[in-house]
Design a protein around this ligand. Sequence first.
Ligand code: FMN
Length: 390
Amino acid sequence: MNDSSSPIDVAPLFEPIAIRGLALANRIVMAPMTRNFSPGGVPGEDVAAYYRRRAEGGTGLLITEGVGIDHPAALGDAGLGESNLPHLHGEAALAGWRRVVDAVHAAGGRIVPQLWHQGVMREPGTGPHPEAGSLRPSGLWGPAGRMTSIDPAYAERVQAPTRPMSEGEIQDVIDAYARSARHAREAGFDGIAIHGAHGYLIDTFLWDETNHRTDAWGGDRRARARFAAEVVRAIRREAGESLPIFFRFSQWKQQDFKARLAATPQELEEVLGPIADAGVDVFDGSARYFDRAEFEGSPLNLSGWARKLTGKLAMAIGGIGLDRGFYDSKRDGRAGGSDNVALLMRRFERGEFDLVAVGRALLNEPRWTEKLRHGHALPAFDEQRMKELY
Ligand SMILES: Cc1cc2nc3c(=O)[nH]c(=O)nc-3n(C[C@H](O)[C@H](O)[C@H](O)COP(=O)(O)O)c2cc1C
């Protein structure tokens, strides 16, 4: 992939960085990717070996697949047909995660769990607690816009409005995030990542289409960010001062790929400011392609803006090492390898972001980071690998 006549200098990506008590050997991070290989919510030896391979392959930090928090409505079928999603509570699952963490640490890696509550996306009657509902700030699933990944039959079933979450239900979920953070710390994880993106529970508080509340959990952008901020605060109390907190957000929603939380940098500042103040260390602006300007008049991508506006660290994501974004490739099932590392380095060296998250390329090749470092050819993308614990 690297043109041998003009090798791309990737050394800056291999400079260590410390984030609170977390010392990372380099800037490459495995993006959170649902694998659906944990029957009963319990990650087994195969899952531990899957993560260990990425640590052995030199990736500095692994973010796990989305892991259900300790709340009955956290997980179910969210339109993606998954049933073997892992969770982060109960003796068996926690023992499973301890094995994962130990395997990654033994290989010299670091790992944080991505805490996940599906919220509005969860279909009632599915998952480990079929009786649990579909939690929605205002009872709304969201206006279905352009969706490419969701089964339309599922969308039909879940779109009807339900009742809004009660104050008690909101507090219960915040407490569940806190408990899960404590479990993560006790299992030996190196930090906490929060899934605040893609139209799941936290994101539906941020999004004006799904949050019409007139109490203290709704209103303008800052008010809609209160739930996310309270989740971050509760997690910080349990995680302590040494574990970093990563927060993923996105403009797009699974309900509508064209949705936007913010049309201008100022609006983005209104969304992220309260969440940053609550104690986030790293913003992960989930974009479909990293080399895309988020707002007119500046080349900065979504994470670049998060860094500039909040002063926190930022992580870029989207199509690194591949020729197209995840959901763009879903349309026709194609994603080739790509020589976009030079573009990545140009942005990284300008100081636009501090960490680089790699998703599908790391599913495809566990030693991707090591190969990048040594200028080895990166393999062509193999769609099949997404279906295996390769
Ligand atoms: C199989 C698969 C599962 C994913 N699951 C999650 C998830 O659990 N949580 C999440 O925040 N993003 C998830 N994503 C999105 C990825 O984290 C990432 O943002 C996306 O794949 C774009 O990065 P890439 O182009 O490097 O693959 C998933 C992506 C893939 C391909």
